[in-house]
Design a protein around this ligand. Sequence first.
Ligand code: CTP
Length: 486
Amino acid sequence: MEINCTEKELFIFKKIAHAVEHLGMEAYLIGGFVRDKIVGRDTKDADVVCVGDGIRLAKEVAKRFNPVPPVSIFKTYGTAHVKADEFDLEFVGARKESYKYHSRNPEVAPGTLEDDQLRRDFTINALAISLNKNNYGQLLDPFGGLDDIKHKIIKTPLDPVQTFSDDPLRMMRAIRFATQLNFAIEDTTLQAIKDNAYRISIISQERITEELNKILASSTPSIGFDLLYRAGLLHIIFPQMVDLAGAEYKDGVGHKDNFYHTLQVLDNISKETDDLWLRWAAVLHDIAKPVTKQFEEGHGWTFHGHEVVGGKMVPKIFSKLKLPLNDKMRLVKKMVELHLRPISLSQEEITDSAIRRLLFDAGEDFDALMMLCEADITSKNKQKVKRYLENFELVRKRCEAVEEKDRIRNWQPPITGEMIMEIFSIPPSRPVGVLKNSIKEAILDGEIDNNYDAAYDFMIEKAKQMGLFPKSGVRDAKSQIPDSKS
Ligand code: CTP
């Protein structure tokens, strides 16, 4: 078996081999590095397993580099990390593992290379390459991992029930590798995932979500979500997505299966962008369709307001999945809320005011929103697809023209909340929001000009109706507020 290592990798491995010989140990490259080299994927790290003390070997290896890199030691795990020439090396002693039913933290004892290979998750991850003088470079493949790579198969080295029971996260990993590598999961292995899916509950949410994100970052993420669904894992980790599945019929009228529609939108957007959060937006864009679904006589199935309800579901789902509750979440929420806007604009006479509103609401995420909308076209009818795309092109053109004229995308209304509080001498309260919003609406509607004086006069009128009057002599409140965007 020919494995193509770079000059730098060969240089590093020779140094490890010298250290191994010097200590009279046995050591092997193992796991992801070997798998990825054979598959032809880029790797920037390698695991080295030795029969003996991995920390001792790491220190001996580090000495052979100039300058000597630091050795980071993780005593609890008996592992050590060395960064050599921008390459991450992880050293560990070969071990036997035994697991308890309710934990994925094994009891560990020193073992041989074979023991170590046997405890690994998949045959393709159990391949080792010798770094020992007597058989340097030889591939050690006790479970047929090489054949499985050739035939694109994910399979466990032991009985899969045992492998998944030892560590249920491996069920997610099986699906993640199948997605990343476009491999199939062997039948018995897939059946064992179905039978043990409920065991995923002992895994921390962070680890589950890490695997979900890796699936999402793959080139065809639908493979992973479809497998998670078919294996019954998605029902446990992300039930709202499962609710999208299936097409209901009434009076002979059906609606599309929104689960497979969502997967197609996800694959579509993944062809256009690597941005994880836009991919999440694709996953979640129709998430509220099941809860808003209604059958209206003579009209068929409707999902009124699913974009608004969906937007409200985003923070809850992010929180449950332990995804960050920051700007990324807000971006996804906004995409879900706005995903119907461009299409609704393309179907009617478009007014400047509607275009201004879209530009204002989407702001700097306008292009991302259009990307999601285009990905959302999954019709098989070529004529329809063509028509939708042409309509979007029209919306884009109108948006460009209005933006050129009005500069709405990064625009802020000329009177801020702070100014309103100052002018009327009121504390933060509902009237501040009402006034601020009505100024914004009036400008976007073209009712008043986009400048301070017009906004001020409009606000005073509006405030009067609300029983609010300005402090005397504060027309120039803007000059008192530092950095106000007028
Ligand atoms: N491993 C395992 N069971 C796990 C995690 C890891 O058996 N739950 C083993 C596998 O042999 C794996 C190796 O430990 O190849 C290294 O694990 P990790 O670095 O998590 O994964 P990689 O296989 O290197 O893949 P990636 O870096 O893409 O996660």
